[in-house]
Design a protein around this ligand. Sequence first.
Ligand SMILES: [Zn+2]
Length: 258
Amino acid sequence: MPLYKTKAIVLRTRDLGETSRIITLYSLRYGKIDAVAKGIKNLTSRFGARLEPFTLVDLVLFGDVEKEGLHIITQAQIINSHQALREDINRIAIGSFLVELVASLVEGGGELNIFYLLENFLQALETRTSPLFIYAFSLKLLSLLGFKPHLENCLRCHGKLEVEVKVMFSATEGGMFCLPCAPARGGINISPGTLALTKQLLALPPLRIAQIKSSSELLFELRSMVLDHLLSQHLPWPLKSVKFLIEENGGLVHRLGQ
Ligand SMILES: [Zn+2]
């Protein structure tokens, strides 16, 4: 089997036997990969702390990129450990959500834009924290995967959605309805402010998003739309990191927005 090189971001790790770990990576060239780091738990391992979640690494791997199956990491060099992200519990919590979402939602296949989206948000988290990162990243990732919600026109009558009146969002239909066209079940009411904010989150880069101030009402609607409806439509089970972000620490994420 051949050796190959790629840049990659570490998404998660799990133990393999006494001394090794399986590292789930999002690589620049080949998308999501599971690879074994042999002997990484030994004190003298050459990998040291190079393969911790969030780290951007340059890797040499042994395996066949054309085929399914485990690859073996033979060399790892840190490009950016995102150290500043690891020094704050809020940043770690949001970062954990980003990597868990990519690990859970994305299957195989190389997609440069997903790699750069994740790396841009991890870089932004080194200096900024905002609960909006969770919703912006989710919406942008879903868009790259072909599930961008329809926000401009009503899905039924195709009329332009007025910016000053409430609309209804349906995750199963993948977008918004004006109220006269709203389905009887399965939708949630969305205020004009949340609709406008959702469009901004899709359009702006993370450092601009960090400057947006939002009310607890808008954050509540965003959470309901993105986490409870849109993501649950695509995820086989709830993300562990969401429980920590939303339910524990008195709702860590939404306190950040105040
Ligand atoms: Zn309509």
